[in-house]
Ligand binder design. Structure first.
Ligand code: SF4
Length: 332
């Protein structure tokens, strides 16, 4: 028996990287066994930053959907679809936009963060500012009980809750459901340069990367900057490679690496090579499956089509209620 309905999405602004895997996908795979889950590829959200490059979004949609399936999302257990295949998201977003005060949007901390992160991009659009309204619509349209979030996304979810509360208050009904957070034990993984792993920083390892690319990326990762020579003792706590070892390497071996790094018994090159081997072993199933799926785009498309049918039927029900309480439309 499902414990409630869960909704989450991933922006189609690039392929899924390890940060996305540990921050979201890995949890989603677990959640699909416990909850009634809806997971979507957010292509409209990608337009907020990539509106000048539509071809890229189309490509990323296919890639992200392939990543979803490769990681173990199962269309028999959850609903997987593309945001733009369910037009009701847009309708609800327009309606919620009517009741959302602009200052609520301006104070969202990630609004400023994203502007910094995406420096050089034109982020002056209404779509970018209104991103949280579309996000509120994405969630509310499925009357989702829960949204899996990390601590950093709590303000976004709180805004969704405020918008839903305002809607229910104005229209005197419990037409929309206030979603609760499902705090995930997501691991925050640094990028190869130590900053947050992000497509825009060009510091990410992707699930789709081939062996050679993975090797090159890990081998060029920043380690302890004070460890200039092989004989210099290192500080694992400031090293990005060690952050990955913490996630992938067995505890006994991790303790040895920690000790040997501090005494300079192990060099960074060997330490990185060991990590690469461990990564290949742990991700073999996902990466093999991804390669298989890449060769079957019709299958991926079919999963999305079937998912959209299921998603649409829930979304249409919600919109009937919303139109009714807002007294939209007219019949003699
Ligand atoms: S030996 Fe390993 S943990 Fe130590 S600084 Fe080098 S890469 Fe990092």
């Amino acid at each position: 028996m499902a414990k409630g309905r869960v909704l989450s999405g991933m922006q189609a602004s690039g392929m899924a990287h390890l940060g996305n895997y540990h921050g979201a996908l890995k949890n989603w795979v677990r959640l699909q066994d416990e909850y009634e889950c809806f997971f979507f590829v957010a292509d409209w959200h990608a337009l907020t930053t990539l509106f000048q490059e539509p071809g890229r979004i189309r490509k990323h949609c296919r890639e992200i959907a392939t990543d979803f399936l490769a990681c173990g999302l199962d269309p028999e257990k959850c609903t997987i679809f593309m945001q733009s295949d369910v037009l009701e998201h847009a309708e609800l977003s327009v309606l919620l936009g009517m009741i959302t005060p602009v200052p609520w949007l301006e104070r969202v901390p990630t609004y400023k963060d994203k502007q910094r992160e995406m420096e050089g991009h034109d982020l002056s659009s209404i779509g970018f500012l209104g991103y949280p309204v579309l996000q509120a619509a994405d969630i509310a349209i499925y009357r989702a009980d829960f949204v899996p979030v990390g601590e950093d996304q709590l303000p976004h979810l709180e805004l969704t809750r405020e918008i839903v509360r305002r809607f229910n208050h104005i229209y005197g009904a419990d037409a929309l459901v206030e979603p609760k957070e499902l705090l995930t034990e997501a691991k925050v993984l640094p990028g190869l340069d130590g900053r947050k792993m992000s497509k825009s920083y060009n510091n990410a390892v992707y699930l789709a990367d081939d062996d050679e690319t993975v090797r090159k990326k890990f081998m060029s990762a920043v380690t302890d900057p004070q460890r200039q020579r092989r004989n210099d003792p290192g500080r694992p706590e400031v090293c990005n490679i060690f952050a990955y070892h913490k996630l992938y390497t067995k505890p006994e071996r991790l303790a040895e690496i920690d000790r040997d790094c501090r005494s300079a018994a192990i060099g960074c090159v060997d330490c990185k090579k060991e990590l690469i081997q461990t990564f290949f072993t742990l991700f073999a199933v996902i990466r093999d499956k991804r390669r298989e799926l890449e060769a079957k785009p019709e299958h991926v498309r079919q999963v999305l089509d079937e998912g959209a049918i299921r998603a649409r039927s829930v979304a249409q029900e919600t919109m009937e209620t919303v139109r009714e309480v807002m007294q939209m439309g007219w019949k003699p």
